[in-house]
Design a protein around this ligand. Structure first.
Ligand SMILES: NC(=O)C1=CN([C@@H]2O[C@H](COP(=O)(O)OP(=O)(O)OC[C@H]3O[C@@H](n4cnc5c(N)ncnc54)[C@H](OP(=O)(O)O)[C@@H]3O)[C@@H](O)[C@H]2O)C=CC1
Ligand SMILES: O=C(O)C1=N[C@H](C(=O)O)C[C@H](O)C1
Length: 260
């Protein structure tokens, strides 16, 4: 990804980054990517059981959080209380949690928090494409496929995509997605997220994948994205770290920091 944020900092004065979940699959990758960037430096690596006050003591300007849906709100509260900007990849955000973060940020106009369901450029683009296609098709379903160590289902990306499609359908005056099923085994039709069915596959060997399937008269459209390596998320994470310093308040979705 080419950054639309011109580097404002240099190796002499790098952006000081703290990483939460630093020993996890994503956190370890983030530490390596930040260390490899000339204009960024890791000043704190924090994982479960470590003391979070390291972040404030280390003078972190931006915290990157890839932890767990159950702890991310507590981490964000800490960051806001200590005037640290945040770039959050951890999943599990619903409208209520996002509203809470907005409220925390109200008295802190100088602070920015980015919550991004997916940092991979292709995933961001595929969500945009799905948003564009939504009004043209009566029926739509999402299949998200991930590694079997993932804590949550559906994925944050799947839920976010469903929300974007639902908004586009509503704006176009489309009603509920037609479905004639009258008899089903529990779970057979997936979870309904904002009226869109999301099916979650968990399989060893996978990283992160998603298909959005649209169906109309005599045709289907499938929009598929595959993250084959966690490196796919890194350009987006670094872009978010650089860009959030120039933003205030809550930004939901990397697309809002890109020129899409
Ligand atoms: N937005 C995006 O583009 C992406 C988002 N994700 C999301 O990121 C999150 C993490 O994923 P992944 O790296 O695979 O998960 P991992 O389980 O590999 O890593 C999470 C790490 O966070 C640690 N941790 C737990 N609680 C805390 C805490 N309170 N403070 C600091 N560290 C803590 C865990 O420690 P322990 O194991 O000891 O509990 C673990 O080391 C998930 O929600 C996932 O869905 C993942 C990929 C891309
Ligand atoms: O847990 C993961 O791996 C991922 N989580 C995010 C999600 O829940 O959408 C992003 C990506 O799909 C990988």
């Amino acid at each position: 990804m080419t950054s639309s944020v011109p580097p404002t900092r240099s190796a002499d004065n790098p952006i000081r980054v703290g990483v939460l979940g630093a020993r996890g699959r994503m956190g370890a990758e983030v530490c390596a990517a930040v260390e490899a960037a000339d204009d960024l430096e890791v000043v704190a690596m924090v994982d479960s059981g470590d003391w979070t006050f390291d972040l404030a003591d280390a003078g972190a300007e931006v915290v990157v959080d890839f932890t767990h849906p159950d702890v991310v709100m507590e981490n964000l509260r800490f960051c806001v209380d200590h005037d640290i900007n945040a770039v959050v990849g951890t999943s599990g955000f619903d409208a209520a949690k996002l509203d809470t973060v907005r409220q925390w940020l109200e008295p802190k106009p100088e602070l920015g928090v980015l919550v991004a369901p997916n940092f991979a450029l292709g995933a961001v683009l595929s969500m945009r494409f799905a948003q564009l296609a939504a009004k043209y098709y009566d029926t739509v379903e999402i299949i998200e496929l991930h590694h079997n160590r993932k804590a949550d289902a559906p994925s944050g990306t799947g839920a976010h995509t469903a929300g974007l499609i639902a908004q586009a359908r509503a704006a176009a005056g489309l009603g509920v997605v037609p479905d004639a099923t009258t008899s089903e085994l529990d779970g057979a039709r997936g979870a309904s997220v904002d009226g869109v069915r999301v099916h979650s596959v968990r399989l060893g060997g996978l990283v992160a994948h998603q298909e959005v399937l649209f169906g109309g008269e005599g045709e289907t459209l499938t929009i598929r994205h595959d993250s084959l390596d966690r490196k796919s998320f890194m350009p987006g994470v670094l872009h978010g770290v650089r860009a959030i310093l120039d933003h205030s308040g809550l930004v939901v979705g990397l697309e809002n920091l890109l020129d899409l």
